[in-house]
Design a protein around this ligand. Sequence first.
Ligand code: P1T
Length: 379
Amino acid sequence: MSHDKHGFDTLAVHAGQSPDPTTGAVMTPIYQVSTYAQEGVGGHKGYEYSRTDNPTRTAMQACLAALEGAKHGLAFASGLAATDVILRALVRPDDLVICGDDVYGGTYRLFDKVLRHWGVSFRYADFSTADPNMVIPAGTRLVWLETPTNPLLKVSDIAAVAARCKAVGAILVVDNTFATPYFQRPIALGADIVVHSVTKYINGHSDVVGGFAALNDDALYDKLKFLQNAAGAVPGPQDVWLTMRGVKTLGVRMERHQQNAQRILEYLRNHPDVQKVFHPMDSPVAQKQMSGFGGMISFELKGDLDRARRFVAATKLFTLAESLGGVESLIETPALMTHASIEPAKRREAGIEDGLIRLSVGIESVEDLIADLDAAFKA
Ligand code: P1T
């Protein structure tokens, strides 16, 4: 199927998938298999061993790559496994990596507690305010950009960062987990690699942990593909099949996440107990580079940390849990949960207060979600 001629929602349903030639099965089968018969040594049909390639994974990779407008796609066992492979395939000791100052806590932990000890230098910058020419020096090997950021939802100008990366020969990786390709296409804006925690909106149902990388460049792809196989952090066929099923509704889910989030945003902005609200739509860059803003909202309450703790424990429809992007609404306190692996001083420097609350707004009836928040305010 030619990918250029079809709309996003058509690709989400069909890309990489066609009826099974042997049975006519409309859905790609779950190839629950580790190895493949060979007619003679080396005489196989493109599949030798499922760490290297598996037909269900091939279909899922082609589908997600099409959604990002990329030539190549690679699936991993988690978002962090994708991050780990990208860094270890492309960065060497003494290389310099510039990373956003507000990223998922686990990404920071991998950079600071694991890869730094291999001799890689990491510097952190607020790409939402800094001039890329000032914070990306000549000689930078790789730039890691999350936009919108987790959890402060700061937005950075991907095209401007990409231009600076091109000028200094750095590889630009954009973590597109929060926006999804439905609302933002980093490769079209000049990014070299797009990465996802598939666990979130892409799968969308909080029943799979997975990761993904999409890219156009053949030489970079060969390096990542080599390490995907050599290190082996690949997802199993059941998980990639569930992901393919989930991503078929990405467009309709994102519309509803966004619609509900807009109503809740309005509610929070008008609530007298809310100190500050964080949302991507406040950024002029987001208005230019995104076609929508998604379902994430962060906010601070008036009062002490204890009030925030009581608030997140009091909601009933918003489940107190890590993660995001599923059809059901979740609530958490990043400083105490998803970003607890960042040192408190560093967290505060980045603007993540201990009492910050993060909502992943689901697709439930929005009146019920607002009533749930209302009850928690009164509790
Ligand atoms: O959890 P995993 O699939 O390994 O993905 C890591 C990851 C990468 N990038 C972003 C932007 C993420 O938000 C995550 C995971 N985040 C959470 C679990 C969370 O609750 O924020």
